[in-house]
Write a protein that binds this ligand. Structure first.
Ligand SMILES: *Cc1c(COP(=O)(O)O)cnc(C)c1O
Length: 335
């Protein structure tokens, strides 16, 4: 265990409780890397939150959500080629094409479904103009509501209200959505279920701290070669080998959506997109981000201790600042 997510349990749970109290129809989302916690950890946490449904991202993620005892909603839409279970009463499918709804309705198993409406995201969903075709088909399934995945920018509330209006003409049913501010949910529809991932699990950043273990410390002389690339050190320094490599997502970053040069610069420096010999690492030594000595290895990284900073000891821990949605920590440590 060399890269851990340290969680101030009381602080984090206080935040979860405040979100829970503020959002009546809350649907926690636990998917992918589980926002740095892992889906299993979040499923166990959600089990204590008094919510009836947990959303996972994909069908393969369902086993990781098993610790949650209520309904499990799969956000990725059902497709005939996915060979998904049809007889699990806890499972709620998302259906985003008219033909898929027709297929499920014809099965006779009456699976529980949400029908997804296409938004200006244009990711998945039935176009609003075709929702009329849904009316007869939902008689063949256990229809539980409408689903929409909204963009983060633009007039999301207005769009949600308009689309919900069209859908509710077809069938009055709860509207499940994301990315609408809590205070404005009432403007969308009378019965809404808000899916939250990032702002729920990562909404109290001061309660979360990534920590990386110092695994080795080497004094390197000027001109001495080091690393896979056998580059020569341009000056004498202290090479630190720290836990956390590409297997943990270190040095990887989601492409930035930053549109200004300044924001791009920040993203580059912090995301490690350019994890070359000249990139700042996410590892903090003596108060500053240490520079990568070379691109991260599979399980560890080689960084230069900042000149003047006291070299940390083998076995000590460094703060590490990575994007939690792209980091696979070895373990969650509760403090
Ligand atoms: C990931 C996801 C969410 C949660 O998004 P956050 O931005 O993490 O809150 C909600 N709905 C759908 C369909 C998603 O895929």
């Amino acid at each position: 265990v060399t890269l851990v997510l340290q969680v101030d349990a009381a602080g984090w749970r206080a935040h979860l409780a405040s979100v829970r109290a503020a959002v009546p129809g809350l649907v926690p989302v636990a998917k992918g890397n589980g926002y740095g916690f892992g889906v299993e950890v979040l499923a166990r946490e959600a089990a204590g939150m008094d919510v009836d449904t947990l959303a996972v991202g994909t069908y393969p993620e369902l086993p990781a959500g098993a610790a949650f005892d209520g309904s499990l909603l799969v956000l990725s839409p059902w497709r005939p080629f996915l060979h998904t279970p049809m007889d699990d009463p806890r499972l709620v499918h998302t259906v985003s094409r008219v033909e898929d709804l027709a297929t499920l309705a014809a099965l006779g198993a009456r699976p529980r479904v949400l029908v997804e409406v296409e938004t200006s995201m244009h990711r998945h969903g039935i176009p609003p103009a075709r929702l009329g075709e849904v009316a007869g088909l939902i008689e063949g399934v256990a229809f539980e509501g409408w689903s929409m995945h909204l963009p983060m920018d633009g007039d999301t509330v207005g769009q949600a209200r308009t689309l919900a209006g069209v859908a509710r003409q077809v069938r009055e049913s709860p509207v499940w959505l994301s990315h609408v501010p809590v205070q404005r949910l009432g403007e969308v529809a009378p019965d809404v279920r808000l899916r939250l991932g990032t702002s729920l699990w990562l909404g109290a950043p001061s309660a979360l701290q990534g920590r990386a273990r110092v695994l080795d410390v080497h004094r390197i002389e000027r001109g001495e070669r080091f690393g896979y690339r056998q580059r020569a050190a341009r000056r004498a320094g202290t090479l630190l080998v720290v836990g956390g490599g590409t297997a943990h997502g270190v040095g990887l970053a989601a492409p930035t959506s930053a549109t200004t040069l300044r924001r791009r610069g920040i993203a580059l420096a912090e995301g490690g997109l350019a994890a070359t010999g000249l990139a700042r690492s996410p590892f903090v030594v003596g108060g500053t981000h240490a520079w990568f000595a070379e691109p991260p290895h599979m399980q560890c990284s080689m960084v230069w201790a900042p000149p003047g900073a006291a070299a940390p000891e083998v076995g000590s821990w460094l703060d590490v600042r990575t994007r939690h949605t792209t980091t696979w920590f070895d373990e969650v440590v509760w403090t």
